[in-house]
Design a protein around this ligand. Sequence first.
Ligand SMILES: Cc1cc2nc3c(=O)[nH]c(=O)nc-3n(C[C@H](O)[C@H](O)[C@H](O)COP(=O)(O)O)c2cc1C
Length: 196
Amino acid sequence: MGNRILVFYGSYRSDRKGIRLADYIVAGLSKRGDDVELIDAKAIGLPILDRMYKEYEPGSAPAAMESLASKIRGSDAFVFVTGEYNWGMQPGLKNLTDHFLEEWFWRPAAIASYSASRISGARSGLLWHGTLSEMGLIVISSTLAVGPIAQALSAEGQPLGESGQLLDRNFIRFADDLAWWTEAAKMQRARRPPPY
Ligand SMILES: Cc1cc2nc3c(=O)[nH]c(=O)nc-3n(C[C@H](O)[C@H](O)[C@H](O)COP(=O)(O)O)c2cc1C
């Protein structure tokens, strides 16, 4: 099995579309041999931030938070699928990520933005870049930007038409770049274990 990668997605809407891109990325990375899991913030259902994971006494965090903390710590890389609400981030995904800090450190993160328009969620992608950096992640330079999402991906996450073909082409570079940084970070963590 290749690298352990978590794909995060955070829309809570009943008619959400970004799940198509999350599913597409999970399938694409799995096909390359990685061990990939979708982390759907809505399904995990953490409360609006009260205490961060590290602020709980060991063993006393809610089960969903404990389980996610150990998944994050046990992963080699992360992909953040970021939609855009009023030029901003989706609150569900931001709320989930804010529960953790040190758990993220010393690993690469890739951003895949999307929206209903041709702007492809680029503004939320830009905001996430700074946030992920602050969270101790190495944000890779390759991104995916998909929009309008419903023209690029079917409900099953299959590429559609010209936009889908473009996405398929861009995905290769995106996944190669993520794999390179994942390998680099993995080697360095093994050579010199992180101080915390
Ligand atoms: C509250 C809200 C605000 C939105 N603001 C933007 C926006 O600023 N830019 C944009 O391109 N699309 C915007 N959209 C359209 C979304 O890109 C589109 O609904 C997308 O499918 C949302 O992701 P989701 O379906 O995974 O929830 C907005 C949608 C909602 C519900």
